[in-house]
Design a protein around this ligand. Structure first.
Ligand SMILES: [Mn+2]
Length: 446
């Protein structure tokens, strides 16, 4: 007699669990988010034609001559991450590769060069494909050569159209001679009268004008990041560990398909909240402090960039709330001014005025924001007016080391034909919303 209700109870429970999981999957991302483009696995790349169209657009900018763009990715804890210019133009994840473009050529205008195969190395890092029809199909290039052909290829192309294009700014941080200029130098040594010309914003401007598919990928990176914040919230309490907050967010991102954090997560409590790029996440949070969380995921090579500042015990002190509201007002005023034609520096001036008028001008110690795309600090022409389809951050902050707290609010904003839209609209921004969010967090308490 007792077994029947027991069984019914269990099956009802099972139904709740199963349906709950489906409901979670279906509700995970807002229905109004744009549909994702088709991504090819592994590698989370789009169709080869997407990258070919970008190369065609870049060659139109060039008009003549030759350009070489090198893969300059880096290994990090999550593997090789392709450099973004090269990825934008090829979708190819291989290290040591190069792209050559020659718009004046009659038949073959684009060439992909890949390093020679190395059976010894491939036993450690995985087998690479041989050059053949399958690889040409996969990457969408009619001409794939080995890297050893590069100098010969460039010289031949340059003989027919003697202009070499520098298409990206040199890395000012390393101060190293750019690889493209080094390659062009070798041509000049063998062929006189070759002009080296610069269009240093050519690729950056293409990258900054996102297609609807790219906006969908950035929106997904934002949603995955928001899910990480949501999951990390129960780890925030007096006596909790900064590192536990970070670990929980990053775990959820990867579960949702992100390959890596978009940048080193910043999770800083108390005095650490005043350190702009606090890297260690190793402190125990205390009652009465604020916790600054600047952390976001990378999805299909596209970044999000989000910051929230929350009270560790769930309630802002009156002084914390007063400063929080100034930062929020600076962000809101900049957002209201945002539309095509506006310049970064105009937005910056608006936000800075709010903070300066409130008496905290000396404590807003960084810029208001930056482009977001394939890189978290993305390429773009910062000196030119903003256009629809661009994505920027708005991230005012006030940092008060003597008061033991810093506040930053950072959101990703899409510029639309008529104004702008918050992509990161899934997390509360205002202080009441933050307190309600913290009150609703489940689980761990001291
Ligand atoms: Mn940022």
């Amino acid at each position: 007699m007792r077994r029947v209700p027991h069984f019914q109870f269990l099956s009802a429970l099972l139904a709740v669990v199963v349906l709950g999981r489906y409901a979670f999957a279906a509700d995970r991302y807002p229905a109004s988010d744009p549909p994702l483009p088709k991504l090819t696995e592994p590698g989370q790349t789009q169709e080869p034609s997407v990258y070919r169209d970008r190369r065609t657009a870049l060659m139109k900018e060039m008009g003549e001559g030759v350009a070489v763009i090198f893969a300059q990715g880096q290994d990090d804890g999550d593997g090789y991450r392709q450099s973004s210019d090269f990825f934008y133009l090829t979708g190819v994840h291989e290290a040591g590769a190069a792209l050559v473009l020659a718009p004046k050529e009659r038949t073959y205008r684009e060439f992909l060069l890949l390093p020679a195969r190395d059976p010894e190395a491939e036993r450690w890092t995985g087998e690479r494909a041989s050059i053949g029809e399958a690889l040409r199909q996969k990457y969408g290039f009619a001409k794939i050569y080995r890297s050893s052909s590069l100098d010969h290829l460039l010289l031949g192309l340059c003989t027919r159209s003697p202009v070499c294009w520098q298409l990206a700014l040199a890395n000012r941080e390393t101060g190293e001679k750019p690889l493209d200029l080094a390659a062009y130098g070798k041509i000049s040594a063998q062929l006189t009268g070759v002009a080296i010309k610069a269009k240093p914003f050519a690729i950056a401007k293409l990258r900054a004008r996102h297609s609807p598919e790219e906006i969908a990928l950035i929106q997904r990176a934002v949603r995955i990041s928001e899910a990480g914040f949501q999951a990390a919230l129960p780890e925030i309490h007096p006596g909790g560990f900064e590192g536990a907050v970070e670990a929980e967010a990053e775990r959820v991102w990867k579960t949702a398909g992100a390959r890596r954090p978009a940048y080193a997560s910043i999770v800083g409590s108390g005095p650490n909240s005043t350190i702009l790029h606090y890297p260690r996440s190793e402190r125990v949070m205390k009652d009465g402090e604020l916790l600054l969380l600047d952390m976001a995921a990378e999805y299909a090579h596209y970044a999000a960039d989000i910051t929230r500042t929350v009270p560790v015990n769930g309630k802002f002190s009156p002084e914390q709330r007063k400063v929080y509201e100034i930062v929020l007002r600076a962000q809101t005023e900049a957002f209201k001014a945002l539309k095509p034609g506006v310049y970064h520096e105009d937005l910056e001036a608006i936000a800075r005025k709010v903070i300066t008028d409130a008496g905290y001008g000396d404590y807003f110690t960084h810029g208001l924001g930056h482009f977001v795309g394939l890189d978290v600090h993305d390429a773009g022409a910062y000196h030119e007016p903003l256009e629809a389809g661009m994505v920027i951050t708005l991230e005012p902050g006030i940092y008060l080391p003597e008061k033991n707290f810093g506040i930053r609010i950072e959101d990703d904003v899409l510029i639309t034909p008529t104004g702008a839209r918050f992509l990161s609209d899934g997390l509360p921004r205002d202080p009441d919303g933050i307190e309600q969010w913290m009150a609703a967090r489940s689980g761990k308490k001291p």
